[in-house]
Design a binder for this molecule. Structure first.
Ligand code: ALA
Length: 460
């Protein structure tokens, strides 16, 4: 391993932890489920420990610690804003508990403004960028092609069809299923050309490459951006919504409560300005402190370098998987495709959930399997018919179709990919026997009891 890879590897917590295998052996865990959640940076944990003695209420106290906590929290908005090149004057940075809450908040604000306009979402969205729109406004889907890439032709057709009625194009920066990165600046141009704005779901995008919202006067400006800290090495429950301050200055907030108002009487409610108006309750200053530490660490490492590093790993894994008979990759349109560091596949003759269990129980490798909260997208990639979906709906006890996904963080390496490929090749050679064995283990509740015995903790 070169020095840079070693540095990356040592930047996160927990890389040496051993987990039990079905054989009774304990083996160093390999985490290929970073698209779901990344482990924390050491720098983040240090920040949490250093800040803990000073931790206090935000915006609610005159005590020294409270003032210090409030300052840290407010200053964090500038760091976030600079990280994604937002406009500190015209944009507002609202802290949420994650991407999902951020999109729900935006959907509420947009629906309050005008319910008659249309929001275009795409077929490749995570449900967090589908369901809030479905319930808040009139929405429609922009289609993807057979290999899962977004159709810009269909986007333009829909923008024309709705004759200026489209309020927003809500699109992911990178798919959590195929890893495809969307041409967000071209999409922004198109949206603006037809009088719409653009929201980019950055949950799978912001942690992997440099992000630039571009100036407000640019046709390529990203109007709204959302992302989650827990996918960028900063647990503790923070997320971000950035966008036009004007929108948030009007009307009541999504979540109402303490901290959102200047004055309330029995007769009136005088809302505070945003972001305070949109952050009801006690602000999550620990989560925000963690996010800032993670951003600073990522910036030190350089986002371009990290992108290249993860790309090498992803290309290596794709090449390896393609050489295993019976493995089918999804959304794989050539190594040149712009993508983030994840790969989805199926293994012929083995249900996706069994592949995930085999990797875990036999190889200590954590992956995700299923529909990845992107049901319509995975259904399309798997070419499932309406009848098949209806059958799934009517037979909830039968296993659902789905994919297996590996997703890398900056600290993963080729040695881990080799270990993964080795077990995949072994699994395919013994697929019938293994599928039968793991079919009996129906869900996590059946995880062999002895495997769940608490692991002896090291002294802190
Ligand atoms: N949306 C996250 C994932 O794809 C949780 O795993």
């Amino acid at each position: 391993m070169d020095t840079f890879s070693m540095l990356l590897r040592n930047s996160v917590v927990g890389i040496e932890e051993k987990v039990p295998l079905v054989s009774g052996e304990r083996r160093t865990a390999i985490n290929f489920d970073n698209a779901a959640t990344t482990p924390p940076f050491h720098s983040v944990m240090r920040e949490i420990r250093n800040f803990a003695p000073w931790y206090s209420s935000v915006h609610r106290g005159a005590g020294y610690k409270s003032v210090l906590s409030s300052n840290l929290y407010e200053k964090a908005r500038d760091t976030v804003s600079e990280f994604v090149k937002a406009d500190a004057q015209r944009d507002v940075v609202i802290f949420t508990k994650g991407t999902t809450e951020a999109i729900n908040l935006l959907a509420y604000k947009i629906s309050q403004q005008d319910r008659s306009r249309v929001v275009l979402v795409t077929e490749m969205e995570h449900l967090a960028n589908v369901l809030p729109w479905r319930f808040a406004c009139q929405s429609d889907f922009v289609s993807v092609d057979a290999s899962g890439r977004l159709s810009l032709e269909d986007l333009e057709t829909k923008l024309v069809k709705y004759k200026g009625k489209v309020r927003l194009v809500a699109v992911t920066g990178a798919s959590n299923v195929t890893g495809y990165m969307n041409p967000v600046y071209r999409i922004a141009r198109l949206a603006h050309q037809y009088g719409a704005e653009i929201l980019v779901d950055g949950a799978q995008w912001v942690p992997h490459c440099p992000v630039d919202m571009r100036p407000h006067q640019s046709k390529e400006h990203i109007d709204y951006l959302v992302f989650s800290a827990h996918k960028m090495y900063a647990p503790f429950g923070a997320g971000v919504l950035i966008g036009h301050k004007d929108l948030f200055q009007q009307g009541p907030p999504f979540c109402k409560g303490g901290g959102t108002v200047n004055l309330v009487t029995h007769e009136l409610v005088d809302w505070d300005d945003s972001p305070q108006r949109d952050e009801a309750g006690s602000p999550n200053v620990m989560g925000v402190a963690a996010l800032i530490a993670a951003i600073e660490t990522l910036q030190c490492m350089n986002m371009n370098t990290l992108y290249e590093h993860e790309k090498q790993l992803t290309d290596y894994a794709i090449k390896g998987l393609k050489s295993v008979p019976g493995i089918k990759l999804y959304g794989e349109a050539g190594l040149a495709e712009k993508r983030v560091s994840l790969v989805s596949f199926t293994a012929e003759g083995i249900h996706h959930s069994n592949v995930a269990k085999i990797l875990s129980y036999e190889g200590a490798i954590a992956v995700r399997s299923g529909l990845f909260c992107a049901h319509p997208y995975v259904q399309k990639l798997l070419c499932l018919s309406k009848e098949e979906l209806q059958y799934c709906h009517e037979h909830p006890d039968e296993p659902l179709p789905g994919l297996v996904r590996i997703s890398f963080g900056i600290y993963n390496n080729c040695r881990e990919v080799d270990a993964f490929l080795e077990i995949i090749a072994w699994m395919m050679r013994h697929r019938r026997k293994l599928d039968e064995k793991y079919r009996c283990i129906e869900n996590d509740a059946d995880y062999p009891r002895w495997l769940l015995k608490p692991v002896k903790k090291r002294a802190p």
